[in-house]
Structure formats: structure tokens, C-alpha cells
Design a protein around this ligand. Structure first.
Ligand code: F6P
Length: 783
């Protein structure tokens, strides 16, 4: 039998939200393999120091904190490790010695480029036999890095851990700053983090409609300051009240210099203020994307350590897939001038788009007219798409006829038309307002052949040269039918709270919906924990399995139940079996000391969902679970959610693509119905009728299977799991001996340290006395 490995995990460099979820992913994946896991406190400092800084980690140590920002292991910067001095070598040898003493053979390192370089230096010292201590020749070490840095400055990954949450935090801060800037008609310079990379500045600037963005990679072009003053001047002339300039901390022109320049040179004068967001940006609970990305990366790190590759690896994200690359390849790429000086493709596109969107148009006569309507569900991000289409069209000398009330509005003709002007769209608060300022069809509105005839007539009478429809499946169907009747090009933009739209990996509104649901699950978990109950969170809405699995994984649910095929008797039987297995698993966890539970339930058969829930609660009772059960219905908020950074950016990119496409189709007299979407990293514009049969890309079976695997690993310890009935070294407890270790109170679930006698413990939180010699006790050392 293969000897269980001993793996250690450390977080290093600047902390990033999601690091705790990565630790949990790696810890639980390793425990489930029967490996022993050690945590290292305070990054490499702790590794060099040894002693109590290296300590055993078990299942319960990572139960709760994955919902929180920062890193519970602690972090530190340790640039000395990268050096080639004698002192650096000494530190590395101390670190190796501490790993050797604990017989640790595998290391997972979560951190930015500096930390990864330090980790690689440690690895190289051992593998190149450059050490002075001969004992190390028996030592083995495998290393896997997980990119953790809010700056998104690591090669071979699209995103590193911390970026999505930080971006959302910055966007929220800028929204707030805009409120006060608007009230006083001021300009605010916002400085965001990113010493070497302007990713955060560019993406947050695009998401919030900043007037100008300054980043290090762009340097300072000669006309830059004049352009900035000109944008501000023109925007104010158009009625804009506030100015927002986003500057990355590494940009060459300092915040103070920009403040001074604007205050002195801008005419007419405006008050200028500056805000440095600083470390505020790095905290906060991780988003759905963050938690799932981090968990997937943690799990992959352990899989990589379980393979035989002797080369250190780096886990990454490539479009939707978790990837891996040789760590050294990534480190080498990060040293190249092209990487250090250049803008990533994504950043470049976003920067150009932001500049086009915020540059007020020249007065032009507008002979071409594009119609724009939103329909279906009112979701977050639609306003952003409207603004993008309208502003980019106006800049190109095209008039935009906004149609109020979706297709029902269009059927009424002229009375529903609003001419979208730059000044109306300067209302940057619409950027963050949920839903659509144009509205959707009135409820009960249906379209028959006659109705489509009316729409066709109205499009002609309104002299619309091309139509853009932003909406869900129903809106797409109507747009398809209408386009087949007329000689006017139509382009669809996907916006819905779920993902059943063709030809796109992501839909405007989905990320906001998922994060809203996550807040609900987090609240349920909190309440379940406090009340010591089982909460069944009933997700209501239209979701594919992938999305349900994403939120269940991000929310840390103990069980996930989807009644897929409950309509037929075989399907019902299979579902009932799954419920029984789940309740048994939950019972086992409760016997081991778990005091609460969250079950995420999603029904494909809403008409029988209540009965199914009754069956689940009955099964809990039959299994002998005595904890009370609370049912929490969780609905998507009908669009009333402030859009996330991701939804804002996606809406703008898809809006731009839709406009380009409709103009090309007008020029080519192509009257077929195309839809825009995003596949992997590319924007695509397939024909609608050729896309409907392929289903949705979000629910790719590979992703769904991976999410399910991760969910199972995180939710339930396997038989092999140390500390959970597997290979438990603490069973040798002895009243006579003094011990130190950890235990989890059976009554309130808090984990705490004990000294001396692990058989009788007083909980510091609920003051109950727990007497047991099993459960969540872990002896870490003899005193
Ligand atoms: O590397 C991440 C980062 O947050 C940078 O954006 C920022 O410049 C730096 O860390 C701040 O470092 P510290 O927290 O050590 O002051």
C-alpha cells in the first residue's frame, strides 16, 4: 500500500480573498486521500521558524473560514528567500530542515510571483543539491503553486485568487464615491492597488464608467493630460455632474500631481478630491467565482501532487478550465520585458472600450437609426448594455431609438420611442441601477401572427435600420420570428438570471444572481450554525445544474439535492435513494460532532417541490437526526440586484459586439438573426437558428462533473480521512499524560485548543462539558 503523504500548505505575500477557500480545497482533498496535512503559519517566516508554526490541520479547521477574506494561516513577505546570498541559503536550509523534521514531502504554496519565486528557490536548492547539510540528500520535496494575488499579474493563468472579489470591492467603493462627487459636482481621483499591473484599475474603471484610467504599463503619452482635461470638459458640457479618474498605484503620474493639474488647468474650475483605497480593497468575503475558483485550484493542487511529475507545477485557469503549467515556465515568462511592460490582451481591449465609451461625441447629423429594446426578465447589467450600445452608436454618428416596454412597446410604435442621448446616458448611476431603464413587455403580452405583423409594420414606420434585442430565451424567440418576416437585421444579446441561452458561456445578469443567492446561503448557514439546526435552502428560479452546483459549492453546503427526473417512477426512486444516502451521510457527520447542516435543494418540478421537501425532512427524521429543520426559500431578486463587476464588463463588451454586428449586417443587407455571446475568451456571433440545438455552454458536462467532484470532496470526509474515523493518531489518548491538541465542541461546534486531558473538556464558548474520547479531537503534541 502507498504510504500516505504528508503535505504542508502555506500562504505567502499579500493576502487575497479566496485564499482560505484554496486552503480548504487542498486540505480536504488531501485528507480525503488519507494524507496528513500541516498548516504553516505566516508564510515562509513560519516555515523558517518551525516549532508551533507548523501544525496539523484537519477537517474542522477549514469548516467555516473559507467564507471569509484574508488567510487564517497568516501571511508575510519574505523577499530574502529569492536572494542568492549566504544568509538566504541559511534561511532556506532552515526551512528545509523544518520540512524534513516533520517528514513533509509535499508543499502547496498559495501566493503571488514573489512567493512563487521564493518557493521555487527553496525547491531548487534541494534538487540541485546546493545545500550544505548532508541529511537533505534523503529528502524529497514536490511543490505546487496556486496563484494568489489581487493584481492578476501571474503568467499562465487568466485569473488569480482574489481578483474578482477585489474588483467588486473597488467597484462598490467607486459607486459610493460617485454619489458624493455628484452631489458636489466634484472630480475624485481614485487610487487603486496594482504596483506593476493595471488590471484592477482598467477593469474597475470600465465597470464604473471612469472618465480616464492611468496605469503603469501605458507610461505617459505627450497628449495624455490634455486628453483627460478635454474628456472632462466635454462631459461636463454635456451635463455630466461628477468626474471619476482611476489611477493604478504604479502609474507614472502621481495622484497628487493629477489632482493639482486638474485643479489648476481645468476650465471652468471644479473642486478635486483624491481617495486612496489602499488595503480596504484586499478584505471582504470572497465572491461565488472566487470561492469556486479557489476550491477548484486547491483540489487540483493535490491531484498534481498525487501524480509523479518531479517538476514544480502552477495551477491556473484557462477560460473555464483549471489548467496547470510548469512553475518555472510561468516564472520565466514573468521576467520577460514583454510580460512586464506589456498590457495583457484583456486589459488592452477593456482600456480601449472604456476610452470609446467615455469620450463625448462630436455633433453629427445622424442618418442611420438603430432600435434597441430589452425584454424577458429584468436583470442586472441590462442598463450597462443599453449604455454601451447607445454611446458607441452616438460616437459613430448613428441615432439610437430606445423602445420602452420591450416588444409590447414596439407594437405601440412612436409613443414608446425614447431618443437615447449622450446627456441622458451620462447618468452614470444607471450603470449600477439594477434592471433596464427601457423596461420589458407588459405582463400578459403575447404575440401571434397578427402581432408579429404589427411589429414588422412599426419597425418600418419608425425607420429603424437595425434592431438590437437584449433579453432571455423568450425575447430571442420573438426576435427570431420577427427577423424572419422583415428586411431589417436583428441581433440578440443574452441577458437572464439563468443560463439557458444558446451560444454563450456567460449571460448578463447571471453573476449578480449567483452572488445574491450566495448571500442567502451564507445567511442560512449562519442561522443554522447559531440555532443548531438543519436548514434546507430551496433555490427557486430557472438554473442549469452547473449553476446550482456552483452556488452550493461556494456556499459550503453539506448536501446538494437536485430532483432531476422525479416525474417518472424510476427517476423518483433514484432521487429518493439519493436523499437517503445524503441523510445517512449527514447523520454520520452529526455523530462526529457536527451541530448544524445546510442542504441546498433545487427542483426541476416546482409543482411537486413542497412534497419533495416533506420527503427530505421525513428522511432526516427516519435517519434519526434530531436537529430541527428550517426551510428557506431563496428566489432570484427579479433583477433588483446591483450588478457585479463581471456583469457590468460583460454587458459592455457584448453591447459593443452587438452594435458592430448590426452595422455590418446593415451594410451587407444580411437579414438573418445573429446572437452575440462569449465562448472561452472570444466573443462570438453565431446564427441563432444554428445555435439553438447545442444547448448551453455553461453547463458543459466536464465543468459540471468537476464541480460535483469538488462538492463531494468538500462536503463529506471519505473513509480514509484522517481525523474522521480514518488513520487517527490521536486514539492513543492517555489521561496520565499531558497533551495539547484541538477539539470541536459537540454542543456548539466551536473548535478550540485543549491542554492536558482530552477526555473531559469545558467549552469556552457555550460552557458545556464534553466528555468523549472520539470526535473532533486531534492531539498535536505531548507537553
Ligand atoms: O501584491 C498585492 C498588493 O496588494 C499590491 O497591489 C500592493 O501594491 C501591495 O500588495 C501592497 O503590499 P503590502 O500589503 O505589503 O503593503
Amino acid at each position: 500500500m502507498k504510504r500516505p503523504k504528508k503535505v504542508a500548505i502555506l500562504t505567502s505575500g499579500g493576502d487575497a480573498p479566496g485564499m482560505n477557500a484554496a486552503i480548504r480545497g487542498a486540505v480536504r482533498a488531501a485528507l480525503n486521500k488519507g494524507w496528513e496535512v500541516y498548516g504553516i503559519r505566516d508564510g515562509f517566516r513560519g516555515l523558517v521558524e518551525g516549532n508551533d508554526m507548523i501544525f496539523p490541520l484537519d477537517w474542522v479547521d477549514v469548516s467555516w473560514n473559507f467564507r471569509e477574506g484574508g488567510t487564517f494561516l497568516g501571511s508575510a513577505r519574505c523577499p530574502e528567500l529569492k536572494e542568492t546570498t549566504a544568509q538566504s541559503k541559511e534561511l532556506k536550509e532552515k526551512a528545509l530542515m523544518n520540512l524534513y523534521r516533520h517528514s513533509i514531502t509535499d508543499l502547496v504554496l498559495v501566493g503571488g510571483d514573489g512567493s512563487l519565486t521564493g518557493g521555487y528557490a527553496l525547491f531548487s536548492l534541494l534538487h540541485n543539491r546546493e545545500y550544505s547539510n548532508p541529511e537533505f540528500k534523503h529528502m524529497k520535496l514536490s511543490l505546487v503553486g496556486i496563484p494568489g494575488s489581487i493584481d492578476n499579474d501571474i503568467a499562465y493563468t487568466d485569473m488569480s485568487i482574489g481578483v474578482d472579489t477585489t474588483l467588486n470591492t473597488i467597484v462598490e467603493c467607486i459607486d459610493r464615491l460617485r454619489d458624493t462627487a455628484t452631489s458636489h459636482r466634484r472630480i475624485i481621483i481614485v487610487e487603486v492597488m496594482g504596483r506593476r499591473r493595471g488590471y484592477l484599475a482598467v477593469m474597475s474603471g470600465l465597470a464604473t464608467g471612469a472618465d480616464r484610467i492611468f496605469i503603469r504599463e501605458e507610461g505617459v503619452s505627450p497628449g495624455e493630460l490634455n486628453t483627460m482635461l478635454c474628456v472632462l470638459q466635454k462631459s461636463f458640457q454635456q451635463g455630466q455632474k461628477a468626474g471619476i479618474i482611476v489611477r493604478a498605484e504604479g502609474a507614472p503620474l502621481s495622484t497628487a500631481f493629477l489632482t493639482e493639474t486638474i485643479a489648476v488647468l481645468l476650465e471652468p474650475k471644479r473642486e478635486v478630491r483624491e481617495t486612496v483605497l489602499g488595503h480596504l480593497q484586499r478584505g471582504g468575503n470572497p465572491t461565488v467565482f472566487e470561492r469556486t475558483l479557489a476550491t477548484r485550484m486547491g483540489v487540483r493542487a493535490i491531484q498534481l501532487l498525487d501524480t509523479i511529475s518531479p517538476e514544480p507545477q502552477l495551477v491556473g485557469l484557462n477560460a473555464k478550465k483549471i489548467s496547470s503549467a510548469h512553475l518555472v515556465k510561468s516564472l520565466t515568462k514573468m521576467q520577460t520585458p514583454a510580460f512586464q511592460e506589456g498590457l495583457s490582451a484583456n486589459t488592452k481591449t477593456a482600456l480601449h472600450l472604456s476610452r470609446k465609451l467615455e469620450m463625448p461625441p462630436e455633433e453629427k447629423s445622424r442618418s442611420m437609426r438603430v432600435g434597441l429594446l430589452t425584454d424577458g426578465t429584468n436583470v442586472s447589467g441590462m442598463n450597462m448594455a443599453i449604455r454601451a450600445v447607445a454611446r458607441l452608436a452616438l460616437n459613430r454618428g448613428i441615432a439610437v431609438k430606445g423602445i420602452k416596454g420591450g416588444f409590447s412597446g414596439l407594437s405601440k410604435g412612436q409613443e414608446s420611442i425614447v431618443h437615447l442621448q449622450w446627456s441622458m446616458l451620462e447618468m452614470k448611476s444607471i450603470l449600477r441601477r439594477a434592471g433596464t431603464l427601457l423596461g420589458v413587455s407588459s405582463s400578459g403580452f403575447t404575440l401571434d401572427e397578427k402581432g408579429y405583423g404589427t411589429l414588422k409594420k412599426q419597425v418600418k414606420q419608425l425607420k429603424i435600420d437595425g434592431l438590437i434585442v437584449i433579453g432571455n430565451t423568450a425575447a430571442y424567440r420573438a426576435a427570431h420570428r420577427l427577423s424572419s418576416l422583415m428586411s431589417t437585421p436583428v441581433v440578440g444579446v443574452p441577458a437572464a438570471s439563468h443560463c439557458n441561452l444558446p451560444a454563450t458561456d456567460w449571460v448578463i445578469g447571471m453573476d449578480s444572481t449567483l452572488n445574491d443567492l450566495l448571500k442567502g446561503i451564507d445567511r442560512a448557514a449562519d442561522a443554522a450554525h447559531v440555532k443548531r439546526q438543519i436548514f434546507i435552502v430551496h433555490l427557486k428560479g430557472e438554473f442549469c445544474n452547473c449553476l446550482v452546483k456552483l452556488v452550493a459549492l461556494a456556499g459550503g453546503a453539506e448536501q446538494l439535492l437536485i430532483d432531476e427526473n422525479a416525474a417518472d417512477s424510476a427517476g423518483q426512486h433514484a432521487f429518493q435513494e439519493k436523499v437517503r444516502n445524503s441523510t445517512d451521510a449527514l447523520k454520520k457527520m452529526i455523530a462526529l460532532g457536527k451541530t448544524f447542516g445546510v442542504i441546498v435543494f433545487y427542483s426541476r418540478h416546482p409543482e411537486t417541490a413542497d412534497q419533495t421537501i416533506q420527503f427530505i425532512t421525513q428522511s432526516l427524521r427516519t435517519a434519526g437526526i434530531t436537529l430541527d429543520t428550517t426551510i428557506v426559500p431563496l428566489e432570484t431578486s427579479l433583477g433588483g440586484i446591483t450588478p457585479t463587476a463581471f456583469d457590468r464588463i460583460l454587458a459592455k463588451r457584448l453591447g459593443e459586439k452587438a452594435l458592430e454586428t448590426v452595422l455590418e449586417k446593415i451594410a451587407a443587407r444580411d437579414y438573418s438573426f445573429h446572437i452575440v455571446g462569449i465562448k472561452g475568451k472570444e466573443l462570438v456571433v453565431p446564427l441563432y437558428k444554428e445555435s439553438i440545438d447545442f444547448g448551453t455552454a455553461v453547463c458543459s458536462s466536464a465543468l459540471e462533473k468537476e464541480l460535483e467532484r469538488c462538492f463531494n470532496l468538500m462536503a463529506q470526509p471519505s473513509e480514509l480521512c484522517i481525523g474522521m474515523g480514518g488513520n487517527v493518531h490521536w486514539t492513543a489518548t492517555n489521561n496520565e499524560t499531558r497533551w495539547q491538541g484541538k477539539w470541536t465542541c459537540k454542543t456548539c461546534g466551536h473548535t478550540q485548543t485543549f491542554f492536558f486531558n482530552p477526555k473531559k473538556m469545558l467549552c469556552l464558548y457555550c460552557e458545556s462539558v464534553n466528555c468523549h474520547n472520539y470526535g473532533y479531537i486531534r492531539i498535536s503534541r505531548r507537553l
